[in-house]
Design a protein around this ligand. Structure first.
Ligand code: GUN
Length: 297
């Protein structure tokens, strides 16, 4: 029997557990506050940000919604980040990626106060993660670690193959899985668009993390019996539905399910975990910022 990993259920458990930390903060008159900054009119980005805002409201985090015209000069985004950095009521700042082409993302990431960088994308936080001293673990790979833990998959000694080398998922996932720490200790291979003979690599894997952003690129023929499959892809493909599209992962779910011991669905797998871990990091940031000790799930 293949276990379908229920990201919604695990995310709900994390949100419930965060309630204690939020109560602790409230007792100290602290309302954790996240500012989301959207400089895009991409419908998917708009949806993600609005879901993040809704999640905050559900658990008692105040969400500040900042929207910047995608045609505005980069300086407008810089000024907004400066203002949020200086705002003592703001604990966490998230600039939704991608930013428009005329805005270079690196200076944006560097500009966010590392203490408020709840995405964990600032080079200081990336460096700390690599050094094994993470301040904020990036939400998607951290959420995947929590998912694996929830289904009793310990990466220690396992061959993990990550498909995709993005700064948001592939690179930090590799770091977390290889670390000498609980939830790590895997032997990690990172594959990408220039990888030769991908199927040979994925077939050798005990754990596959598919994060390339290519619809259904990994199918059952590329997997071994008993593999654990984590599908990070959320791809909109044309379909005759009411919306005119449907969401598919980077994994061909039906054929992969025939091989996998456990697999995440799309939607309802990794996506809800990314959002839950953003709440986690925001609560952590609020504790640090206000010198309140909070216990996190
Ligand atoms: N775009 C896609 N995933 C993410 C994420 O985790 N954080 C931000 N800020 N932008 C994203």
């Amino acid at each position: 029997m293949t276990e379908i990993i229920d990201g919604n259920a695990v995310a709900q458990r994390i949100r419930d557990d965060l309630g204690d930390a939020i109560t602790t903060l409230e007792a100290e008159a602290v309302t954790p506050t996240l500012a989301t900054v959207l400089m895009s009119d991409d419908p998917a980005s708009e949806t993600y940000v609005s879901m993040k805002q809704d999640d905050c409201a559900e658990v008692g985090i105040e969400a500040i919604d900042v929207e910047i015209d995608p045609d505005a000069p980069a300086q407008e985004l810089y000024d907004e980040i400066d203002r949020l950095n200086a705002d003592d009521n703001v604990d966490g700042i998230l600039v939704q990626m991608p930013v428009p082409d005329h805005v270079d993302k690196q200076p944006v990431l560097r500009r966010i106060d590392p203490e408020k960088d709840v995405d964990g994308f600032h080079p200081e936080n990336v460096g700390r993660l690599v050094a094994g001293d993470a301040r904020y673990k990036p939400c998607t790979p951290h959420g995947i670690q929590k998912l694996l833990e929830a289904v009793d998959v310990d990466p220690e000694g396992e061959d993990a193959v990550i498909v995709g080398r993005s700064d948001i998922v592939g690179k930090p996932m590799a770091n977390l899985l290889m670390q000498k720490a609980v939830g790590g200790n895997a032997t990690v291979t990172v594959c990408h668009s220039r990888t030769d003979d991908l199927a040979t690599k994925t077939r050798a894997a005990d754990i596959v993390v598919a994060a390339a952003g290519v619809p259904e690129m990994i199918d059952g023929s590329m997997l071994s019996e008993g593999v654990v499959v984590i599908d990070v892809g959320i791809n909109r493909v044309d379909a005759e539905t009411e919306k005119g599209y449907e969401l598919v992962g980077d994994v061909d779910f039906e054929s992969a399910k025939q091989k996998a011991a456990a697999i995440t669905p799309v939607p309802g797998g990794v996506g809800p975990m990314t959002r839950a871990m953003l709440l986690y990091n925001t609560v952590k940031a609020a504790g640090r910022h206000n010198d309140v000790s909070v216990s996190l799930p």
